[in-house]
Design a protein around this ligand. Sequence first.
Ligand code: PLP
Length: 392
Amino acid sequence: MTSEAIKRLTQQYVMNTYGRFPVALDHGEGATLCDPEGREYIDFTSGIGVSALGYGNQPWAEAIAAQVQKLGHTSNLFYTEPPAKLAELLCKRTGESAVFFANGGGEANEGMIKLARKYSFDRYGRGRSTIVTLENSFHGRTITTLKATGQEVFHNYFFPFTEGFRYARANDLESLKAQDQGDVCAVMVELVQGEGGVLPLEKDYVKAVEALCAEKDWLLLVDEVQTGVGRTGTLFAFQQYDLLPDVVSFAKGIAGGLPMSGILANEKCRDVLGPGMHATTFGANPVCAAAGLAVQEILSDEFLKEVREKGAYLRRGIEALDLPCFGRTRGLGLMIGVEVKEGWTNKDIANRLVENGLLILTAGPGMRLLPPLVITKEEMDKGLAIMKKILA
Ligand SMILES: *Cc1c(COP(=O)(O)O)cnc(C)c1O
């Protein structure tokens, strides 16, 4: 099918809930994608932080093919090998204690919220169920995680939302303490706010939040749906913040492009949810888990070091272009935000770049770059050259 035919069919039969770029994609190699007509695009998006290994990755594709030929799905009423091995790896590489697998980021966060409320219920009974999240956060699109999201624009249309969320200003411990009305059970944060604009939390603040949580017996919940799985240059961002969260959620990059998510809990929290209390039909799917194992295989310490180096290279490259529309860059690893100067709009800039062969994201008022972690220097240079040509 041609790009035009795909677009027409989509517009006729798929609900119009996404602000799409006018581009259809067909195949790819590394961090380079092609449309059906063979036009090339350098990818600084990874399908919103998902395709960590880029496109056409052979070990990943072979792991999926081998597993799908053996067994595609069994339900969680039986044991299978791939999710058990993936859970073991994730625990051993993080110091966490046990995993619950789900399918998407919002769903993983729902599990984290349920776990926190159950933990508090077990110890203190009812009435201690409020979760404090941060202003400008993003935690998902379910009725509950929309309310957990600390941005008013998301609290619309779908009333009534789930009760029990309050919001504190990021990097402001007093603002968090002010939310303590005796009913709090947990604090939930993104260590680098993703959708909000690629805003890393300050390390001192995060350590102070951890100490406050320990003092009050609030659980520290970290949403690593976007920051996890190597994106920031360590397997999880919390490892750069010197933390061991009580519970941490992951999704996007975990299976390199297949739908999978989950939560990791520490020793204190691993048994809070018992049989029958939490479940999902597709969770721990063996094909997704086999893909996840292929991702873990590639994310060695050496590879993660290269992610940090590539992130630094790309940020330096963008700043060196000294484009009239861009200010400073920020971020961690290959999760990069670029400030857009007054008088310019990030959506217009993104449209112009995409039209000219560079796929890029926006977040908050700025640009956001989440390239595949396997992106090469040549591909980064091609992307920078497109920026220079189009935006100088
Ligand atoms: C993307 C994202 C989510 C939602 O994930 P879905 O898979 O779209 O449900 C939640 N939290 C953060 C931090 C995200 O970046």
